[in-house]
Design a protein around this ligand. Structure first.
Ligand code: GYE
Length: 305
């Protein structure tokens, strides 16, 4: 509402800004591509980027945002590691007169609202990503499917929503069953370890759905270690669309990937400028994502991050 919008701090129109970017971790290609895109765009515009890396610690990310507030940056781009514990610092920034734009991960809408607590959310539709993976599976699988799900970081909005989107479609199909679902923390080695344990406990499993490429790549190693053929004995499905995973779709060890584009820089800074100019912004700015099938992966490889 108009009243709610007035609660957001104004951002004056200036030739240059000093902007914070509170990154959540940097231990994988997706994060590195995202950080590079933000840095490249800041450089292109001549803005100063105050960059922090929470290194996978929610507590550190809370402290990072507080430090940006203390440094009086003009605005903050925040990629919240978890969807609840960052809500208080978003409110603290607003009270300090610093607008926050959420990039790539969301905050629980019960705790923090677009247009009131923060300006807007820029990112993918994670529920739709999960649905797209499930839809591909329903269309392409034949016979009874026993699925192992490797979830992202517990409490992260893409983990919550990629699970919901996928599970809701699967629940409607009696031939499909999720036999186990466990977090692999969006990480390759954790994904491999969890997949190894779950494959032993569930020898009937013939699908692994990983919430991101890193865990899918780990799962491929686990499948090989179990003496099975990834992509054939066990279908592997994931989300992100990095070069390594897309190459694995070309090679046939991963069967399907929905893209989640990490190149946020241009959109993020354009949104900041729109906000300063007083333009009305939607509560969510949703990235358009493609997908990689065995048919399309080869042609798509060059464009993957
Ligand atoms: O899919 C994953 C990363 O928040 C959308 O986080 C992002 C996810 C992405 O670690 O690879």
């Amino acid at each position: 509402s108009v009243l709610a919008q007035t609660m957001l701090p104004k951002l004056p129109v200036k030739a240059t800004y000093r902007v914070g970017f509170a990154q959540t971790e940097s231990n994988n290609p997706w994060r590195l591509a995202q950080t590079k895109s933000m840095q490249d765009e800041a450089k292109k515009l001549g803005y100063q980027l105050v960059y922090t890396d929470a290194a996978g610690s929610t507590a550190k990310q809370v402290a990072d945002v507080r430090s940006m507030i203390a440094q009086k940056v003009d605005a903050i781009f925040l990629s919240p590691r978890e969807d609840k514990p960052l809500a208080p610092v978003v409110a603290e920034a607003r009270k300090a007169g610093i607008p926050v734009i959420l990039v790539d991960r969301n905050i629980d809408p019960a705790l923090s609202k677009a247009g009131t607590d923060y300006v807007t959310f820029i990112g993918s539709d994670f529920i739709k990503e999960g649905q797209r993976v499930a839809d591909w599976l329903v269309k392409n699988a034949n016979g009874k499917m026993n699925i192992i799900e490797l979830e992202g970081t517990t409490g992260a909005s893409p983990a919550n929503d990629r699970r919901k989107g996928f599970d809701d479609v699967i629940a409607k199909n009696p031939k499909f069953k999720i036999v186990a679902s466990q977090t692999g923390d969006f990480a390759r080695d954790k994904g491999r370890q969890v997949a190894e344990t779950l494959l032993q406990a569930h020898p009937e499993a013939n699908v692994i759905y990983a919430h991101n490429d890193e865990m899918a790549i780990g799962a491929v190693s686990a499948i090989k270690a179990a003496g099975k053929v990834p992509g054939k004995d066990i279908l592997v499905l994931s989300i992100d669309g990095g070069k390594e995973a897309v190459q694995m779709v070309v090679d046939g060890t991963i069967n399907y990937v929905v893209e989640c584009n990490p190149r946020f820089g241009p959109q993020a800074f354009a949104t900041l400028k729109d906000y300063a100019a007083g333009k009305k912004l939607p509560a969510k700015i949703i990235n358009a994502d493609r997908d990689y099938t065995p048919e399309s992966a080869k042609a798509g490889l060059a464009g993957a991050y």
